[in-house]
Every structure is written in structure tokens, then in C-alpha cells.
Ligand binder design. Structure first.
Ligand code: PEP
Ligand code: MN
Length: 341
């Protein structure tokens, strides 16, 4: 017993030293991140992270396994990035989602570092805090541009850090989410995946660890009941923070209508009566026409939507995907001003 107590005392002393050293390391990491962001350099440097792990392994590999070093350092790296972000943002994404209206805006797809920085700047100037941008795009044709992948997400994160915003992005499989978990503040599940129940469960399980918010978009042929049940697949894995997003449904109108989908405005009221989950509306995909976006956004808010997700671009004509439905940040400002007054 005495021996155990003696060993415990030694452990306690090591813990004090560990925390002290860790706090200093955290401080230095934050300084580096601040310098990087200020100089428009990439915040995320996975090459450098792997080099650190390799170096430690070559020096201490006889005392501690590569697996342990890797696990420990991946955690340290993500804590450093998280705490940097938290310090620069006075609210968490979960807290921000309690404000009304919830305003999510950004390009359909991250096209380049410059593009996303410019849009983020313009949106932050009009008070938008939630920055959307696709890195993995679910395109109808396999030969269409599919997004910049992990690299696109790095740009989105860096722009979000610079302008004190949060990242909202769609993932198409759980590997994408696992690989990029720390970079994503709000996970988006697209319309086309609403009924992939295995995927919903996996996202629910992964995101339950910190109750990271998940936006679930309505399948364009899903009933209200199917939509709500899909949300439950996520919630039953332990994450209550699901936000429902209506994005238009396909009806006979699409035979000859200018509208890309039929805006399901009435469903806002129906959902609000059936669930406490926030209900937001996407006037971009539901109309597919830039000039219809503002009127439909207004209609959605008037019907009781908790917020909007709107595709915006500083130059819709040049957008690589969905430019025909993008609006300028200054147009979005009109809606924001109306909603807040
Ligand atoms: C999107 O929001 O980028 C998107 C692809 O929307 P949806 O899943 O509603 O088609
Ligand atoms: Mn789009």
C-alpha cells in the first residue's frame, strides 16, 4: 500500500509538470496560428504534424509505440486548434444556433483560397457567422467538378478562422468526416443522402462525442414523416443537435416550371408543430433562380422558419457551380436587415 501511495505521489508530480509544459506548448501553438492566419497562410499543416510524430518516434520509439505517440499527438494538435478557435469566437456553434434568425451563407462550392476568403470577408461584414462551402459535392454527373476535397475544407477553415466564422460543409461519407472532424463546426447531410440510414447512424455516432450540430436536408422526394424519422436516426445515436433544412421538393411543376424544385414553404409550419428541432430553409436550391431567392427567403421567414441557408457569391456569373441561383452578399444584407428590424 505504501508503495502504491509513493508511486501515486510521483504520478501527481509528473501530472503537474505535464500540464505546465502542455499549457506553454498550447500558448506557442496559438502564437503560430495567429501569425499564420494574419499572413494568410494555411492554419492546418498535416505535413508538419506528421513530421513531428515521425521525429518523436525516431527518438523515443524504443520507449513508446508509434501508435501511442500518434494518438497522443493527434489529440494535442486538435486541442490546440480547438482552443485557438474558441478564443477567437465568443460563442460556440451550438450557442450561435440558438440565435434567430440562423443565417448560413457562402458559396455552393469552395473554388479557391482567394474565392472563399473574399466571400467570407464580405459575409462577415454583413454579420454572417456561419460560413457554408462545399468541398465534397454530390454532383449528378460523375465527370462534373466534384469540389476541392480536403484542400477545399482547409481553405474554408482558414477563412472562417480569419473572419471569426464557423464552417458548415456537406460530407458524403464518414471517412471524410473522420478525417476532417476538427475542421467542421456544423456537418451537412445533403438531400441525396437523407435516406441512407446506415450513414445517418454513423454520422450520429461520430458527432455524438461533442454533440456537433448536424444539418439534415430534406430528401427532395421525402415525406415529412420520413424526414423526421431520418433526423431520429441521427439523434438516437446520442446527438440531439439536428437542424432540419427544407430545400424544395420535386413535383409535377418540374415538368415545365422555371423552378428547379418546388419550394416547400408550407412544410415549415407543419414541422414547427411537430418538432422542437430548428427548421431552416434553403431558398437557393429550392428555386434555382437568383431573382427568386429573396422573395422565397422572405416567405420562409414569414412562415416561421428559424433561419436560412443561402448560396452567395461576389460574382455569381463566374461561380463554378450553381451560379444561376447565387445572390450577392449585399442582397442577403437586405433580408438580414429586414429580419432584425
Ligand atoms: C448544398 O446545399 O450544397 C446541396 C447540394 O444541397 P442539396 O443537398 O439540398 O441538394
Ligand atoms: Mn449548390
Amino acid at each position: 500500500m505504501e508503495k502504491i501511495n509513493e508511486l501515486r505521489e510521483r504520478i501527481d508530480e509528473f501530472d503537474r509538470q505535464l500540464i505546465k509544459v502542455f499549457a506553454e506548448r498550447l500558448q506557442i501553438a496559438k502564437e503560430i496560428l495567429t501569425l499564420k492566419i494574419g499572413n494568410q497562410l494555411k492554419a492546418d499543416d498535416s505535413k508538419r504534424e506528421s513530421e513531428i510524430i515521425e521525429k518523436l518516434f525516431s527518438e523515443f520509439g524504443d520507449k513508446i509505440s508509434k501508435y501511442t505517440i500518434e494518438k497522443l499527438y493527434r489529440t494535442i494538435f486538435s486541442i490546440s486548434k480547438e482552443s485557438f478557435k474558441n478564443e477567437h469566437q465568443n460563442l460556440t456553434a451550438i450557442e450561435l444556433l440558438k440565435l434567430r434568425p440562423i443565417m448560413i451563407a457562402g458559396p455552393c462550392v469552395v473554388e479557391s483560397r482567394e474565392q472563399v476568403f473574399r466571400i467570407a470577408q464580405e459575409l462577415s461584414e454583413i454579420g454572417v457567422k456561419l460560413l457554408r462551402g462545399g468541398a465534397f459535392k454530390p454532383r449528378t454527373r460523375p465527370d462534373s467538378f466534384q469540389g476541392l476535397g480536403d484542400e477545399g475544407l482547409d481553405y474554408l477553415l482558414d477563412a472562417a478562422c480569419k473572419y471569426q466564422m464557423y464552417t458548415v460543409t456537406e460530407i458524403l461519407d464518414t471517412e471524410q468526416l473522420e478525417r476532417n472532424y476538427e475542421k467542421i463546426d456544423i456537418v451537412q447531410i445533403g438531400s441525396r443522402n437523407m435516406s441512407s440510414y446506415g450513414f445517418l447512424k454513423q454520422v450520429g455516432r461520430l458527432s455524438a462525442q461533442d454533440e456537433k450540430p448536424v444539418i439534415l436536408k430534406r430528401g427532395f422526394a421525402a415525406t415529412i414523416e420520413e424526414f423526421l424519422n431520418a433526423a431520429e436516426y441521427i439523434r438516437q445515436e446520442g446527438n440531439p443537435n439536428v437542424i432540419l433544412c427544407l430545400r424544395g421538393i420535386r413535383t409535377f411543376e418540374q415538368i415545365d416550371s422555371k423552378l428547379r424544385f418546388t419550394p416547400d414553404i408550407g412544410a415549415i409550419m407543419d414541422l414547427k408543430e411537430r418538432t422542437d428541432m430548428p427548421v431552416i430553409f434553403d431558398p437557393s436550391h429550392s428555386t434555382g433562380v437568383s431573382r427568386y431567392v429573396l422573395p422565397i427567403a422572405r416567405a420562409a421567414l414569414a412562415a416561421g422558419a428559424d433561419g436560412l441557408m443561402v448560396e452567395t457569391h461576389y460574382s455569381p456569373k463566374e461561380a463554378l457551380i450553381d451560379g444561376f441561383q447565387a445572390i450577392f452578399p449585399k442582397d442577403l444584407k437586405v433580408i438580414i436587415d429586414e429580419a432584425l428590424n
